[in-house]
Design a protein around this ligand. Structure first.
Ligand SMILES: Nc1ncnc2c1ncn2[C@@H]1O[C@H](COP(=O)(O)OP(=O)(O)OP(=O)(O)O)[C@@H](O)[C@H]1O
Ligand SMILES: Nc1ncnc2c1ncn2[C@@H]1O[C@H](COP(=O)(O)OP(=O)(O)OP(=O)(O)O)[C@@H](O)[C@H]1O
Ligand SMILES: [Mg+2]
Ligand SMILES: [Mg+2]
Lengths: 259, 259
């Protein structure tokens, strides 16, 4: 089980779009994949819920009960397609954030849930977590419980500006993990017609070096439309550049992990 | 002196681009305008500082000393062009945010500074405040001290999604003001080629009704380039749609205030 946290405190840099479509492409490549929505805004939930889910069981009960009750997390798992499951979020996640403040080992709850899930026989090749644009307790949970932090970096001026602050926040959690955290970055929203895009992409490449995925995700209106229909790009627009790019990213992720 | 706070906790929805270019267009229309950067990220500062400012005096000393020392705020005012001044930010603003927590009347500091500025003979027609994408103490200061909250709303799917939460945060401050707060919205990043844009714009119009400015800001790469050069659009690209749109917005703002 390889757990990827998609996080960046920068708003609107492509976290949700990446979480949904990377997961969908991994599943399409026969990797059993679980997408976890860890954002009270629940945008990933909207993006995969073609029909509205009434009162979903979210990850909240599992996070609050982590370590106490067995199998609570299983009640939250829903199927999107073959080999592609997800755990929804809703605004209740805000309460979890507030209540977890006083709990012991408050940033370990998610990893306890994931271990529990494994023990109960639910084995995934990949778990992909969509995080909120904030460095709160929920994001701490994702960073503590993952193998890799994938930072989506919007290919626009000042894209790298908040990164030092983000990495500083990660350091705090990294020091508490007993396994090192693999940090990687993926350039998103690349609009090659923009003259400024080339320079920004070069800056991102310089900053991250080998940690930057070779695949850059180009701007493609199909990606925004797909979310509005609640369907991953794999089903919404198979000929789009959005699909090609996320398929290429999934391929790179798989190759990295077979090294 | 008409004070406009440009705020929205949504990241990357056009706050800074609007703050800079609305200010520049107001100044161009002979309105003496002060732009205040209230974001520790200091993106507005970057966007108007053609040459890098070394160790600028920011609004921090004035906020910390508000009510104690006269005229401290004046040391922070710098000139961009004729009739267009600004007060820079830098990462030190984060300390202000933390230290202000324990101060009495912590959300009134900015309005005290602005009154002080008036008493010292610095009279502006407009003060425009660029806020960070967070609902912290600095943003509370902007909301307490302004006449109008201008919400930039990105014209994309889920644009209105966080708005209820933002308005809830405003309510808290509104209840402490003795003057009502004028809330308005402006549609930003409108890409008319996107089929989804029409529906989203209609949703925004329905939601805000008369509170929505008639002017919508279209996507225009010149706006991003201008920030990268540290020059307002009024000087960078006079023929661009970005310039036309912000000039039209400035005209609307002036008309609203002469009613
Ligand atoms: N490659 C792309 N091409 C076109 N539109 C995109 C692309 N990536 C993301 N978008 C659109 O940009 C907006 C922001 O993307 P997204 O929601 O994925 O960002 P986010 O980082 O999850 O935002 P938040 O910080 O609010 O969680 C959405 O409207 C989305 O549909
Ligand atoms: N109308 C537009 N056309 C093209 N690019 C735009 C437009 N408005 C903003 N941008 C670009 O989009 C990005 C985000 O805009 P901006 O910085 O103004 O948003 P913001 O709300 O201030 O972000 P933050 O939440 O980080 O403070 C910037 O790269 C900016 O240059
Ligand atoms: Mg998101
Ligand atoms: Mg900004």
């Amino acid at each position: 089980m390889y757990v990827i946290a998609i996080a960046n405190q920068k708003g609107g840099c492509g976290k949700t779009t990446t979480a949904i479509n990377l997961s969908a492409c991994l599943a399409q490549k026969k990797q059993k994949t679980l997408l976890i929505d860890l954002d009270p805004q629940a945008h990933a939930t909207i993006g995969v819920s073609q029909t509205v889910i009434e009162n979903p069981v979210t990850i909240v009960p599992a996070l609050m009960d982590a370590g106490l009750e067995t199998g609570v997390i299983l009640e939250a798992i829903r199927s999107i397609e073959d080999g592609f499951d997800f755990i929804p979020a809703d605004s209740q996640l805000v309460q979890a954030d507030q209540q977890l403040v006083r709990q012991p080992r408050r940033h370990e709850r998610l990893s306890i849930c994931l271990e529990e899930m494994n023990r109960q026989g639910h084995h995934y090749d990949y778990v992909v977590i969509d995080c909120a644009p904030s460095m709160g307790i929920l994001t701490e949970n994702a960073l503590f419980g993952c193998h890799e932090l994938m930072l989506p970096i919007e290919t626009s001026f000042l894209a790298l500006h908040g990164i030092a602050k983000m990495l500083e926040f990660c350091q705090k959690i990294i020091s508490q993990r007993d396994q090192p955290l693999q940090i990687r970055a993926v350039a998103t929203m690349l609009d090659i017609r923009k003259r400024i895009a080339k320079e920004v992409l070069a800056d991102i490449q310089t900053y991250f070096g080998d940690l930057l995925y070779k695949t850059a995700i180009r701007t493609n209106v199909k990606l925004e439309e797909a979310v509005s229909y609640g369907i991953p790009i794999t089903r919404y627009a198979k000929k789009s550049s959005g699909y090609k790019d996320y398929a290429a990213l999934a391929k790179e992720v798989i190759q990295q992990n077979s090294l």
